[in-house]
Ligand binder design. Structure first.
Ligand SMILES: [Fe+2]
Length: 391
């Protein structure tokens, strides 16, 4: 027997934000990021809908990109004073992930962040509040996952906090909210959604639901991402990408991810490279690395009219360039010296990342370094070629 882990209630479609009118409760804290939700009027709309439902609100604004545990403690303090029975994460994934951890520290003020790094260590939630997730970017699928990525800046490490307790009670997937998303964010986050579909499909967990969602999500990204990047006002393409993000998120919430994410978490934490951009650089080479141990790639390639794992890797590289994403880590201004200095640290942390355990091929630290180096330079990874280059 196994359980499908999914957000409690899922509302999707343009205008579905209005569903907040039907939430039953007394007090809500809305948690949001740098101001785009305020500027676009979405935050005010959400507050008005909650007020219409008879819910008093307070807002925590200013969650930074790649939120820290300190931000989560601060938000929990506000919640302690206000005592909400709903927490609403609204905005990009950083705001929603931070809101999830604020929720934990609100319910358990003495909880130890370091102890929760171990997967499935979050205590039982919903003792004080329930959670609504309203994403404004189409990538992480955090609105239906038991995951919050929190960064320890001092240590230079991104920690995926993993627990099904963190899966939201309500997910609102409203493509209209994404209309203000800048083109580069649409592109990065869309490629993150694509990565989730690929990694969940080939992970070492068999799950028929995840397989169908992965295939469906992948097709939608290939059919809609270019349009969403080029014509930001096309709400149909926006909604399709938002749906694909949810589908990828739901797939990996049940079948998990692989080493693309293990590698990306380190580069994001140390060098601030956007998560989706990192994934899009690592994914084609990780497909080439994994191909040896997984026979599932041709099946996935068929979804987009291709045949082999290599075809799939190349199609992703083409899409990546069509939506103006980088093809090498060095394009983010990281010097070779800085890269080499941190390579052992990154490869060791990537090896220990929880996602590595679900990858179809178990890598060694040395192999992770080889993939890192190929992707730093923007080279096609083949085991012999990379070894040749290193000699
Ligand atoms: Fe991701």
């Amino acid at each position: 027997m196994s359980k499908l882990f999914i957000a409690g209630e899922v509302f999707h479609g343009a205008g579905s934000l209005e569903e907040l009118k039907n939430v039953k409760g007394k007090k809500a804290v809305l948690v949001t990021g740098g101001g785009s939700m305020k500027k676009s009027g979405t935050l005010d709309k959400a507050i008005a809908y909650l007020n219409e439902a008879g819910i008093e609100t307070k807002t925590y604004e200013g969650v930074e990109e790649d939120p820290s545990s300190e931000t989560c403690f601060k938000g929990a303090e506000l919640m302690k004073d206000f005592q909400p029975d709903w927490i609403v994460g609204i905005g990009g994934c950083s705001a929603i992930d931070a809101a999830k951890m604020m929720w934990v520290f609100y319910e358990y003020p003495d909880a130890d962040f370091d102890a929760m790094i171990k997967p499935f260590s979050v205590p039982v939630l919903r003792q004080k509040a329930k959670f609504v997730a309203i994403p404004s970017t189409s990538g992480t699928g955090t609105e239906t996952t038991g995951l919050a990525v929190i960064t320890d800046r001092e240590k230079g490490v991104k920690y995926p906090i993993v627990s099904y307790e963190l899966t939201p009670d309500i997910a609102i997937i409203d493509g209209e909210i994404c209309a203000s998303m800048p083109a580069h964010v649409t592109s990065n986050t869309g490629l993150d959604a694509l990565t989730h579909s690929v990694e969940a499909y080939v992970s070492n967990i068999d799950n028929n639901f995840a397989d169908a969602l992965s295939k469906g999500g992948l097709k939608i990204v290939f059919d809609n991402l270019k349009e969403a990047v080029k014509n930001p006002d096309n709400i149909t393409a926006r909604q399709n990408m938002h749906d694909a993000s949810f589908m990828g998120g739901l797939a990996f919430n049940n079948a998990w991810l692989g080493i693309v994410h293990s590698l990306s978490h380190q580069v994001g934490a140390l060098f601030g490279v956007p998560h989706g951009a990192c994934n899009a650089i690592f994914l084609p080479n990780v497909i080439r690395f994994n191909e040896k141990e997984s026979s599932r790639f041709p099946d996935l390639a068929k979804v987009i009219g291709k045949e082999t794992a290599e075809d799939l890797a190349q199609a992703i590289e083409t899409l990546r360039s069509e939506v103006n994403n980088q093809s090498a880590i060095k394009e983010f201004g990281i010097s070779r010296e800085d890269w080499d200095k941190n390579l052992d640290f990154m490869a060791n942390n990537a090896f220990l990342d929880p996602c590595t355990g679900f990858n179809p091929r178990k890598p060694t630290v040395e192999e992770l370094k080889e993939i890192y180096n190929a992707c730093y330079e923007g080279l096609v990874y083949t085991e012999s070629k990379v070894l040749d280059a290193a000699l």
